[in-house]
Design a protein around this ligand. Sequence first.
Ligand code: LMR
Length: 396
Amino acid sequence: MLEVLPQLPADPILGLSAAFKEDTNPHKIDLGVGVYKDENGDTPILSSVAKAQTLLLEKETTKTYITPQGVQGYIDGMLELILGKGHPALLEDRVAAVQAPGGCGALRILSELLKRCNPDTTVWVSDPTWANHIPLIGNAGLNIETYPYFDKDTAGIKFAQMAECLAKVKKGDVVLLHGCCHNPTGADLTKEQWHAVLDIAKDRGFLPFIDIAYQGFGDGIEEDAYGVRLLTQNLPEVIIAASCSKNFGLYRERVGLAAMITANSTIKKSIQSQIQFVARGIYSMPPSYGGALVDIILNDEELKHEWQNEVNDMRVRMQSLRELLVNKLAEKGAQKDFSFVTSQKGMFSYLCITPEQVQAVRDKHSVYFVNSSRVNVAGISLKNVDQLATALVDVL
Ligand code: LMR
């Protein structure tokens, strides 16, 4: 029976890591998968996380199941981090939430929940969006449409076209928005644009679905929550998928959050039961470990402060790497003006070069990044920037 299924091509993002590993060039450069790296190319455990691990080891006395919703201190800490202290939806007990296995797990169970609300739901995603949004949402059986977002010619957001498209979506459709640090483009909505999206959402009655996986990597932990807070303060219903992979560096622990802002606490109770039912039918309950670490960090003033400093350090370093690359490209006489790279936010930059140029830079120079021209900025270093700029100038 199994022979009917063909072998699939490698994943467009994860497949890069395998190709990179196989490359024997000692000067190869990995700008593929979105993982933070230091100057040596390492992804060390954050110091706040290492301390939380020690504390957890001391206090954990059992490995019995946790509750179906996950570690409650984690959920509460994350909701406060994303929505802000004293958010009306929290005070009014309108937020259903569960810990999920990574941001992916959150995206998937929220998609399954939408399917239960209406099997014909259409989810609008930005063009382009993170490649894995498509299977995570589509494999749940939802329809996917795209709205215009990024203009490769200007390396900016096509906001007028985006707004025009959103103004035509049907009541009850779902619009997926990136809370900050848009993946793959690094082009984020301005505050004014978030307000415009809010007005259209009110007018059309669509449901915003916010994916926030890089909080703190754009302008700051609080600043990056502007859009999600604006929408959740002004609309009765918003759903949110969050991840601790990047800002807590907990990638392999798979720590995410699925949160649903509902119109009142009665609906919240139903939705809480529904999302737990969905999760029970897929993976039963989330793994505890990563959530337990984030719980410790967010609920300990000193550790939280240390973590905030570590996130700030990562953000500042990535911003400086953007400048380093742009200056180096100019110094090497690049035919293209790459200054837009410094205004993109977060971990990714969309270089706006062709897939053929991306392939050429990989084949000729062993520089690996996604075909769309998305580079992981954190993979740039003082050591490799010269070689990287030379390679890019060569294929332009
Ligand atoms: C990425 O976009 O590179 C990361 O979120 C890793 C992944 O799962 O694709």
